[in-house]
Design a protein around this ligand. Structure first.
Ligand code: NAP
Length: 280
């Protein structure tokens, strides 16, 4: 029997680790499947994706810059995709209609809880950035009942808009917005870089005092690209730092579980990727 076919679509896509991650999951759980990277064509995304599913694709991961387009394309969305406003996982139902999910926030939280053993209740969190990734993180972060969550963005209006749309989920958390130049004083227990920018000449410029010895600095970016932010965090005295590879593997495991009905063990997969990836 032919193996089931899965793919990730993005543009660019050559750098994607998703095929490797999913094939490691498949080998570990004895699933008969293939998983390939496909280059998305701007302007033809919906047409291409519908064609792929009509011709046998079982499931699709979606990465930059198509997550919002995937949100509009699918026929129905899970509650977490609806709140994130973006879709990174698609599957076909028996009648051929498409369902969209967003596993980024859950993947991030699983990485924090399981690998980093961090309890966020009553903690203070600072998120840099107010794009799609931050939107996906807000619901699961607020569910942990931190004392305070500040969203700081280059364009402050986007941070304000996020605070307004998530206010009803804030519960006891003090949810605030700021610009990058007016971040409320730290130190924060958790500082998340969810911007598409590194540190330095054309990147972020951050005030001192955001981090202390008990702080964790987490860059959603992984591999060498996370080095400037993580080096800065170490210089600022962060107790621990990590890149986004754990989140990448955990969000992939969430997709794999939704598609195949079996949850892979992420620990050996993350270890194997770390052995070959140049990580700070
Ligand atoms: P996005 O929607 O395009 O948002 C980009 C954010 O970065 C915006 O807040 C933007 O600010 C800010 N930004 C861009 N350039 C900047 C600069 N030079 N200085 C200051 N801020 C800048 O992107 P996204 O989907 O949220 O993704 C953000 C990052 O997370 C990406 O690097 C992505 O690869 C990573 N990510 C990783 C994972 C994982 O599994 N590890 C999952 C999802 C995303 P403005 O609003 O002012 O433009």
């Amino acid at each position: 029997m032919k193996p089931d076919c899965y793919a990730v679509v993005g543009n660019p896509i050559g750098h994607s680790l998703s095929p490797r991650i999913h094939m490691l999951f498949a080998a570990q759980t004895n699933q008969s499947m293939v998983y390939e990277a496909r280059l998305g064509r701007p302007g033809h995304f919906a047409e291409d994706v519908r064609h792929w599913f009509r011709t046998g694709l079982r499931g699709l991961n979606v990465t930059v810059p198509f997550k919002e387009e995937a949100f509009r394309l699918v026929d129905r969305r899970t509650a977490r995709a609806q709140r994130a406003g973006a879709v990174n996982t698609v599957w076909a139902e028996a009648d051929g209609t498409l369902t969209g999910d967003n596993t980024d926030g859950t993947g991030f939280l699983r990485d924090l809880r399981i690998r980093l053993d961090l309890d966020l209740a009553d903690r203070e969190i600072l998120i840099l950035g107010a794009g799609g990734a931050t939107r996906g993180l807000l619901e699961p972060l607020l569910a942990e009942a931190p004392a305070r969550l500040v969203i700081a963005n280059r364009t402050p209006a986007r941070a304000v808009a996020l605070v307004e749309s998530f206010a009803q989920l804030a519960g006891t958390t003090q949810l605030e917005a700021s610009g990058l130049a007016s971040i409320p004083d730290g130190p924060y227990d958790l500082l998340i870089n969810a911007t598409a920018a590194g540190l330095g000449t054309h990147g972020l410029s951050l005030p001192p005092g955001l981090l202390a010895g008990t702080s964790l600095a987490y860059d959603l970016v992984y591999g060498p690209a996370s080095r400037p932010f993580l080096d800065w965090a170490r210089e600022q005295g962060a107790g621990s730092v990590t890149d986004g590879l754990g989140m990448l593997v955990e969000q992939a495991a969430e997709s794999f579980t939704a598609w195949r009905g079996v949850r892979p063990d992420t620990t050996p997969v993350l270890r194997e990727l770390r052995e070959t990836l140049d990580t700070p």
